[in-house]
Ligand binder design. Structure first.
Ligand code: SAH
Ligand code: SF4
Ligand code: F3S
Length: 439
């Protein structure tokens, strides 16, 4: 038998890219590839890219430049670009960086075997279509390998919301939900391979409306079906849009035993003027009211969110409204970004905020968020949480896992293995994680 070819994949961007990289690795597994952790060993290098902010997209070209030497030493090495930069820039990538042999958009991964063969034959291979067929169904030739205790599962892709700053509707295309039976089969398979926690993924996951046995199913409906799978202990989902937080989903947070008390619900700004210009179609007040209802259903839920500062025409007053909203919500986690102009999006045409002013606002927002994050985390000390252990920690005999609130928890001593779910008493709160002892 011939030596297997080696594949090096580097993943940027969101969790959906992490899931997609696993699928691409499996698709190329069928072509005789095994994954390697070092680009020097690789016969094929794939960068799975992100286009969300300018920095993310530029990183791809500097990374590609670093492969020049490798390609000179090893002319058979094939270099591919996948993901959202591939979709947004297509052929332009090959023009700008002639090292690239293959460009594949997020909706065409099931065609990777053909594209790889074309690249091997010395041709340039490009596919950035939005084909009709279900790429995940075509990507099913997975080996039944054992898995770690947590996994991502994409249930919905694309977005029809067209927020004025965002490239996702262009790079990922229109919103599409996968049929429920396929998701449930995939979940069952993951559980049989050792997975105990599944995070359902979608750019707009709570807009899920996949075909079920009795018409379309909501995300809550899907979660209740997953809740029945023996051996699956935890369910999470991300990322949600405030306008798609339906009553049944809010209620599930109070009643569904396996649904974890953590919700990522980006708001982007606390100013109604800016929200309107962002085309978010919710107000600060409607968002706060929504959180009130979610907390009524599940009082201990940990909220997380995303913010953009320095959106075109944001004034100091608008920014203050964002700080006020953050004060009211007190996020357990929040991610904030300086607005990045994305060519082709409506906001790119609007008057831009002075970059230094935007930097200053970002720092002030991050300081506030960090303080709240720390307070929320510190308040866990003395409480008992359930930890799903994932891997050994840095110290000998130590294991790390996640609490139901997604805090990392370190525990030393005890006969723990990855996949164990155990009650832990929290004894200390550090910079980015908690420490505790088994009960
Ligand atoms: N679908 C999700 C997240 C999309 S991208 C949602 O609707 O919330 C993740 C985050 O990146 C966004 O929530 C937003 O905060 C940020 N983001 C998107 N486009 C951006 C841009 N042009 N500049 C800066 N941040 C951006
Ligand atoms: Fe982008 Fe808005 Fe869609 Fe989220 S909801 S992916 S921010 S367009
Ligand atoms: Fe980036 Fe595409 Fe995800 S732009 S955030 S990788 S959907």
């Amino acid at each position: 038998m011939s030596e297997p070819k080696k594949l090096y994949i580097k993943t940027y961007g969101c969790q959906m890219n992490v899931y997609d990289s696993e699928r691409m690795s499996e698709a190329l597994g069928g072509q005789g590839y095994v994954e390697t952790q070092s680009p020097e060993d690789a016969d094929m290098i794939l960068l799975n890219t992100c286009h969300i902010r300018e920095k993310a997209a530029e990183k791809v070209y500097s990374e590609l430049g670093r492969f020049k030497g490798l390609k000179a030493e090893k002319p058979d090495l094939k270099i591919g670009v996948a993901g959202c930069v591939a979709q947004a820039e297509g052929e332009e990538i090959m023009r700008r960086q002639p090292l690239v042999d293959l460009v594949v958009g997020p909706q065409s991964y099931h065609r990777l075997p053909e594209l790889e063969a074309k690249a091997r034959a010395g041709e340039k291979a490009l596919d950035t279509d939005f084909p009709e067929e279900d790429k995940f169904e075509k990507l099913k030739n997975r080996p039944k390998a054992k898995r770690g205790p947590t996994a991502f599962l994409t249930v919905q892709e694309g977005c029809d919301k067209f927020c004025a700053f965002c490239v996702v509707p262009y790079t990922r295309g229109a919103e599409v939900s996968r049929p429920a039976d396929r998701i449930l089969r995939e979940a069952q398979d993951l559980v049989e391979r050792g997975v105990r926690e599944i995070t359902l993924l979608g750019q707009n996951v709570n807009a899920y409306h996949g075909a079920g046995p009795n018409g379309d199913m909501t995300l809550a409906g899907l979660i209740w079906e997953l809740n029945k799978i023996d051996g699956l202990e935890r369910i999470r989902f991300t990322t949600s849009h405030p306008n798609d937080m339906t009553d049944d989903l809010i209620e599930a947070h109070g009643t569904c035993e396996k649904l974890m008390p953590y919700l990522h619900l980006p708001v982007q700004s606390g100013s109604d003027k800016i929200l309107k210009r962002m085309n978010r179609s919710h107000t600060a007040e409607s968002y706060l009211h929504l959180i009130e209802r979610i907390r009524e259903a599940r009082p201990d839920i940990l909220m997380s969110g995303d913010f953009i500062v320095g959106f075109p025409e944001e004034t100091e007053e608008d920014f203050q409204a964002t700080l006020d909203l953050v004060e009211q919500v007190r996020y357990g986690y929040a991610y904030s970004f300086k607005y990045s102009t994305r060519p082709g999006t409506p906001a790119a045409e609007r008057p831009q905020v002075d970059p230094q002013e935007a930097d200053d606002r970002l720092q002030r927002l991050q300081a506030l968020i960090t303080r709240h994050q720390r307070e929320v985390q510190d308040a866990m000390v003395g409480r008992t949480v359930n930890v799903l252990f994932e891997k050994p920690g840095r110290l000998p005999g130590q294991m790390v896992g996640k609490s139901e609130y997604l805090h990392a928890v370190h525990v030393s001593g005890g006969e723990l293995s990855a996949g164990d779910l155990r009650p832990v008493r929290i004894t200390a709160s550090g910079a980015n994680s908690l420490a505790g002892a088994l009960l």
